[in-house]
Design a protein around this ligand. Structure first.
Ligand SMILES: NC(=O)c1ccc[n+]([C@@H]2O[C@H](COP(=O)([O-])OP(=O)(O)OC[C@H]3O[C@@H](n4cnc5c(N)ncnc54)[C@H](OP(=O)(O)O)[C@@H]3O)[C@@H](O)[C@H]2O)c1
Length: 272
């Protein structure tokens, strides 16, 4: 039996066990994926304890994605982003599959980001991953954030790999007509959070692709408005599934059954 898990604090909300266990079952693998609530002060013990117990892989979620860098070596884009969401436990190597998940969600909706102007709203873990991958893939990234200092820092970091500027959150209406892709990487629209648009409505023009990383509910105020205006939309659930599929491949070397994982995620969220 191979052991996998996700650590976070809190962790009750995670649908990753449902996605991965469905994939293991579908492929007939003798493996199990569990969730563990780990307090920040116990993070080191959790990582080294998992290694001692012979775990193969961990996903890492809020609030450990950056702190875990003290214990694992970041690989690839995780190094530049400064955050890890997937760990190869035997090697103690950390990956960032959120970036890949976001890119793959856009690509699978037929969106090529190269040469496009992308507005990333939010400079937390998800915003950082998305801003980096889009800049690396040739988009011009405009970062905006409620807390200006955090957004300025992200834009400065991303400029090391591509085109990126910061634009003030309270001046976004100036960008009307200049944006190709809008990405929400804030919790606005998420169940339990404020149900409002993360950008001024006039920015949501029919030619704009709108990607909401929020996946619960799938139809957020942003997605509803974008659909009403005839925009192409990209759903957060796709990012969630693709980041999980990439983690699955890192751990097992196998292509993940994406449709099986998506169905399991929907069902765990009570959506089907
Ligand atoms: N689909 C997926 O696979 C996936 C994966 C990861 C995250 N997400 C989504 O992305 C969201 C952000 O996650 P995260 O890990 O980046 O969180 P985080 O690190 O806590 O960052 C949250 C970001 O949202 C901003 N924000 C929070 N409340 C806001 C408000 N009321 N108005 C405007 N901005 C606000 C924060 O701005 P300040 O800097 O001013 O605090 C910060 O930039 C989550 O809520 C989740 O829905 C989706």
């Amino acid at each position: 039996m191979q052991y996998f898990g996700i650590i976070g604090y809190p962790i009750g909300h995670s649908v990753s066990p449902d996605m991965h266990n469905a994939a293991f079952k579908h492929l007939g693998l003798d493996a199990i994926y569990l969730k563990f609530e780990v307090k920040p002060e116990d993070l080191r013990d959790a990582i080294f304890g998992a290694k001692a117990l012979g775990f193969k892989g961990f996903n890492v979620t809020i609030p450990h994605k950056e702190a875990v860098l003290k214990f694992v070596k970041p690989v690839g884009i995780a190094k530049r982003i400064g955050a890890v969401n997937t760990i190869d436990i035997p090697k103690l190597e950390g990956y960032n599959t959120d970036a890949y998940g976001a890119l793959k969600a856009l690509e699978s909706a037929g969106v090529d980001v190269e040469g496009k102007v992308a507005l990333v709203v939010g400079a937390g873990g998800a915003g950082r991953a998305i801003a980096f991958i889009l800049a690396e893939k040739g988009a011009t990234v405009i970062v905006t954030n409620r807390t200006e200092s955090r957004g300025l820092k992200l834009a400065e970091d991303v400029r090391k790999v591509g085109d990126c500027i910061f634009y003030p959150y309270d001046k976004l209406e100036d960008l009307k007509g200049k944006i190709d892709i809008i990405i929400n990487a804030t919790p606005l629209g998420m169940k339990g959070f404020e149900q409002k648009l993360p950008v001024p409505e006039e920015l949501i023009e029919s030619k704009v692709v709108v990607f909401d990383t929020v996946y619960n509910p799938p139809e957020t105020p942003l997605i509803k408005t974008a659909k009403r205006k005839g925009c192409k939309v990209v759903y957060g659930i796709d990012m969630l599934v693709y980041q999980g599929a990439e983690a699955f491949k890192i751990w097992t070397g196998l292509d993940a059954p994406v449709d099986v994982m998506k169905k399991a995620a929907f069902s765990a969220l009570g959506l089907h």
